[in-house]
Design a protein around this ligand. Structure first.
Ligand SMILES: Cc1ncc(COP(=O)(O)OP(=O)(O)O)c(N)n1
Ligand SMILES: Cc1nc(C(=O)O)sc1CCOP(=O)(O)O
Ligand SMILES: [Mg+2]
Length: 540
């Protein structure tokens, strides 16, 4: 049987490995369980099997695939693929060159190629549409399955670079599957985030080994994977993600929800911010906990209305930070991410990029330098952890905010004299192949908040960090019917109004600290957003 290439369904692509079979299972039982429950493509990959046995196994797997009308791909071994008339092969950068593979297999067979960087896309584009039919984009996340890996994990941002290259080199025929460390806890985020910058394509499928091959119940594992892949809504927080334009009424509602729900706001943050952040949180009717204890993050995340503020000025070990991200993502509780001093040092850059790859954030907040760098629009080394030197125009900052929101499918906040807030969540929509239907960063909802400059804000410690506390309180206090964008915008409007009010009441930076907490407390409990001095306008 020859499968028409355009009919190949890459959505759930099982790659076999008999070295990880649980007791009581076989290569065939795992493959059949997968095929029965939604696997759409199979690759036999048995790196430690002699040729004779490999052919026998391949023939038996082929029989099962035929029962389910699913194509069979052979890993590495073109000779075996020819010998059993398989539907195609998958080769990597160190295997037989693609043009030779195509010459041996002929035009109708499916050829897959491992791709880890844009330059390899340029090569396949030069070969043209008759060579590579799909690419395995990886290694996305760390995995123990592939022995002596030659590539370090690329994360969703690395996959985006590969998708962008496919668009740049106009390789429209080439399909894509993500591979490497894919499991139910990250599949939806991968489908949601791995979108070409032009919005015109996302991954065509999820390819994996251990989640099925090592599963004691491969049927249940496949059912769960299939359900995750087919879900077109990535509800990473239990509140509304639909597009909104915040109003005084909607922000009033947010504050009422925060006030009645009294969220627990776990601060993992720098020492300078801890005390002031706790007092800001209390002023906002919320309950702070400054815990960096790894063993309790799961319990804290499960407390009703829990919210995590992850400020990477913290000195907590990265294992604790990752455990916190996992814990809150696992229960769909919001994480506000503040990549303090994002690029000030190599250490911070590496840490922040590692964490950005590791989890889904409800909000990413930064000053203009951090946001510009995250958006790759400004490679200037930052001056310390304060905003970089030089004045950036509003259009540039708005665009940078939209780019960050799009890249991480989050609410992005850029703070400065004017604040910019962009919503890149797409209402939680996530789909294989079609990307964001051509919607790009520039098309994202973006608002600008003005309130005149408040120079004294820069004369106290933790003023920027404490906006993070405010955002984390607001997003944590939402009801399930509350709107995430409303909460973030409301938090920034309140914080800026309080800063302006405090600056008129204080005698200097010392009293400004106190006045800022008083102003936050007063404005929050009054809950009259229509009277706030900070103004909001649509930036696009
Ligand atoms: C779907 C898919 N993607 C990538 C690979 C890796 O292939 P390769 O780089 O050739 O490494 P080995 O699998 O041969 O170890 C794959 N097999 N399938
Ligand atoms: C076969 C393979 N190729 C990879 C690549 O990056 O090219 S990663 C990988 C193994 C993936 O196994 P698991 O789903 O168990 O993480
Ligand atoms: Mg190979």
């Amino acid at each position: 049987m020859v499968f028409a290439k355009e009919d190949v369904n890459y959505s759930l692509y099982l790659v076999t490995d008999s070295t990880m079979l649980p007791p009581g299972t076989t290569l065939y039982s795992q493959v059949e369980a997968g095929l029965k429950n939604g696997v759409t493509l199979v690759q036999i990959r048995e790196k430690d099997t002699e040729t004779g046995s490999f052919i026998e196994e391949a023939l038996d797997v082929q029989k099962i695939c035929k029962k389910y009308n699913v194509p069979l791909i052979i890993n590495d071994r073109i000779d075996v693929a020819m010998a059993i008339d398989a539907d195609g092969v998958h080769v990597g950068q160190q295997d037989m060159p693609i043009p030779m593979v195509r010459k041996l297999l002929g035009p109708s067979k499916i050829i897959g190629w491992s791709v880890g960087k844009p330059s390899e896309v340029e090569t396949l584009a030069k070969w043209g549409p008759d060579m590579v039919d799909y690419i395995g984009v990886g290694t996305l996340f760390p995995t123990l399955t592939k022995k002596n890996p030659k590539k370090s994990p690329m994360g969703p941002q690395g996959a985006i670079a590969v998708l962008d290259a496919l668009e740049e080199y106009k390789a429209s025929w080439c399909r894509t599957v993500g591979i490497g460390g894919l499991h139910p806890d990250n599949i939806q985020r991968v489908i949601s985030q791995c979108v070409a910058t032009n919005g015109k394509r996302s991954l065509d499928g999820i390819s994996l080994v251990s989640d099925i091959m090592a599963a004691p119940d491969a049927c249940a594992a496949t059912v769960r994977l299939r359900e995750m892949i087919d879900r077109t809504k990535y509800q990473f927080v239990d509140c509304e993600l639909n597009e909104s334009f915040p109003t005084a009424v909607s922000i009033k509602s947010v504050i009422s929800q925060v006030s009645s729900n009294r969220p627990l706001v776990q601060h993992v943050t720098n020492k300078v911010h801890q005390n002031f952040g706790a007092n800001v949180t209390l002023a906002l009717g919320s309950s702070p906990i400054m815990s960096e204890i790894q063993s309790e993050v799961s319990e804290l995340a499960r407390i009703p209305n829990a919210s995590l503020l992850l400020n990477t000025g913290s000195v907590a070990p990265i294992e604790m930070l990752k455990a916190a991200i996992n814990a809150y993502n696992e229960v769909n509780r919001p994480i506000t991410f503040d990549p303090v001093g994002y690029s000030a040092t190599e250490t911070r850059l590496c840490l922040n990029n590692n964490l950005l790859t590791y989890g889904q954030f409800a909000c990413i907040k930064g000053n203009s330098s951090e946001i510009l760098f995250l958006a790759k629009l400004n490679n200037d080394k930052m001056k310390g952890v304060d905003a970089g030197s030089g004045k950036n125009d509003d259009a540039l900052l708005a665009r940078a905010t939209q780019i960050v929101a799009f890249k991480y499918k989050t609410i992005a906040v850029c703070t400065g004299e004017h604040d910019f807030i962009a919503d890149g969540t797409f209402g939680g929509e996530c789909k294989l192949s079609s990307g964001t239907a051509g919607v790009t960063a520039e098309g994202l909802p973006c608002v600008m908040i003005e309130n005149g400059s408040i120079p004294i804000m820069g004369d106290i410690t933790a003023s920027g960090c404490s906006l993070g506390s405010t955002i984390a309180s607001f997003v944590g206090g939402l009801d399930p019917t509350g709107n995430l964008f409303d909460a973030v915008v409301g938090a920034v409007l309140l914080y800026k109004t309080a800063g302006k009010l405090a600056s008129t009441r204080c005698q200097g930076s010392g009293s400004f600290h106190v006045q800022l907490i008083d102003a936050l407390y007063q404005l929050f409990h009054e809950n009259k957003p229509e009277k706030w001095s900070a103004s909001l306008k649509k930036f696009n």
